[in-house]
Design a protein around this ligand. Structure first.
Ligand code: MN
Length: 258
């Protein structure tokens, strides 16, 4: 298998290195990742300046852009092959519930849909993830390797990706895999408002909110219980269940044709 690996924590991130190690055992891996941290960039594309690939000594390719940029240019000219699967991560920190809207990790996987390639996003669930070294990411990388070795047995419809969250800890601490739905978070924590050293007002966006819906069956619940959470995501955000409701309402706001 030929893998394209990216992330949103940047090309130097330990989670990326841990994932690359395992993918190299399973096949060929090409790493194209942002040259610095781009977490919470969602599917942003850079349109106002050129993107410059930088070939690093370890073979990884750094891009002065976003996670979606990396996958987009990798699949549109940078690579001279079509990867069998796009892997994004391992993110330093959870991507659970509403996090997937903001996540650059999930977005890099989503971008794989342009070539219709299967894609997975992987995150390590640990509140101190930003302080952890490569060792802490290796068990999660091994779990992803287990999934990929069985990949041929999974048939997914187009535009579908898997969002995987692995609890931090040793392999022994994992209780298994669980298929889940997204839970939901409360609104994010307070924005900090203060003055910079020159007396100007500044704001700093707060951390993600606490889980609001972490019922059984959610991604939150699975990782709390020590399971690797596997959530299928659809890039089609249409709310099919309310097409009729909106369709029945629109005539009331549309002027009748004369
Ligand atoms: Mn990140």
């Amino acid at each position: 298998m030929r893998f394209l690996l990216s992330n949103d924590d940047g090309v130097q991130a330990p989670g990326l290195a841990a994932m690359a190690e395992v993918l190299a055992r399973l096949g060929e891996v090409t790493v194209v990742a942002p040259d610095g941290e781009r977490s919470a960039f969602s599917s942003a594309l850079t349109l106002d300046r050129p993107l410059r690939p930088q070939h690093l000594d370890n073979g990884f390719i750094a891009i002065n852009g976003t996670p979606a940029d990396c996958v987009h240019i990798a699949l549109n000219g940078l690579l001279d092959f079509v990867p069998d699967i796009i892997v994004s991560g391992i993110n330093s920190g959870a991507n659970l519930g509403d996090d997937v809207i903001y996540s650059g990790t999930v977005a890099a996987a989503l971008e794989g849909r342009f070539l219709g390639r299967p894609a997975i996003a992987v995150s390590l669930v640990a509140s101190n993830a930003k302080t952890l070294g490569i060792e802490a990411y290796r068990p999660a990388a091994e779990r992803v390797g287990e999934l990929l070795q069985r990949w041929a047995g999974l048939e997914l419809p187009p535009r579908t990706l898997l969002n995987i969250n692995v609890p931090a800890g040793t392999l022994d601490s994992h209780r298994g895999f669980r298929v889940t739905r997204l839970g939901h978070r409360a609104p994010s924590q307070d924005v900090l408002r203060f003055q910079d050293p020159r007396g100007q007002e500044v704001f700093w966006i707060g951390a993600a909110g606490d889980p609001l819906d972490n019922a059984e069956g959610t991604d939150f619940h699975a990782v709390q219980e020590g399971y690797v959470s596997v959530t299928p995501l659809d890039s089609d955000m249409t709310r099919y269940a309310v097409l009729d409701v909106v369709g029945a309402w629109l005539p009331a706001v549309t002027p009748a044709a004369s």
